[in-house]
Design a protein around this ligand. Structure first.
Ligand code: IYR
Length: 221
């Protein structure tokens, strides 16, 4: 029997006016998302992270292999260990491993080697890319477009968190290998980014930066 077994598509159609209104509403909503670096320790309501991760896991992926694992950390000891390890790496990165040009590009963001958000945020989500997989009987399976797939899934995740009213930060400690070790993930998984999630601290500040105008990023031919 063929492994291609199609079934009818479920698809919601909107009128042109509804479509325009929905597109504009999401544009305005997503444009209000800001990366936040100062978190309150207020807890996240039950089920919200589960729903956001389910949104991420609904993303399209190469050959539908869904090459991802999302680790959620709420345990204070684990957060403290992750912060310590991240700051060890970042101290070296900011202290000389990163080029002058790179540090210059980061200046407007006000980042430093210190990563208090890792312990202050009530939760961390660490998405892992499954660089390859295994069949049920343990055979290695090649994954196709795993990097693109996890990138798309993390885009869905950030949008879902924002939609739920949570702030997030895409933190990229470098190198990130310590995440696999401290979180006990297998050798086929590569940490993609570390995402502190929660509510912003009262009075949280963000850099005064803007996005490129549409006519710079969208080309009509
Ligand atoms: N990994 C460092 C440096 C850093 C790099 C980029 I590119 C940023 O957009 C922000 C920070 C850090 O997480 O601080």
């Amino acid at each position: 029997m063929s492994r291609y077994q199609p079934r009818p598509l479920q698809f919601a159609r909107f009128s042109p006016q509804e479509m325009q209104a929905r597109a504009r509403a999401l544009r305005e909503h997503l444009q209000r998302r800001r990366t936040v670096r100062h978190f309150s320790s207020e807890p996240i309501p039950d089920g919200v992270l589960e729903d956001a991760i389910a949104c991420a896991a609904s993303a399209p992926s190469g050959a539908n292999q869904q090459p991802w694992t999302f680790v959620v950390v709420r345990d204070p000891d684990t957060k403290a260990k992750l912060r310590h390890a991240a700051e060890e790496e970042e101290r070296q990165s900011y202290g000389g491993r990163m080029s002058k040009e790179w540090l210059h590009e980061l200046e407007p963001l006000g980042t430093t080697w210190e990563k208090p958000h890792i312990t202050e945020a009530p939760a961390l989500i660490i998405p892992f890319e499954q660089v390859w997989g295994r069949t049920e009987d343990g055979q290695r399976v090649k994954h196709y477009y795993a990097a693109e797939s996890i990138g798309i899934a993390v885009g869905f995740l950030l949008a879902a968190l924002h939609h739920a009213g949570l702030a997030s930060l895409t933190h990229t400690p470098s190198p990130m290998k310590f995440l696999r070790e401290l979180l006990g993930r297998p050798e086929n998984e590569r940490p993609f980014v570390l995402i502190p999630v929660g509510l912003p601290a009262p009075g949280a500040m963000v850099p005064d930066i803007s996005r490129k105008p549409l006519d710079e990023v969208m080309i009509l031919r």
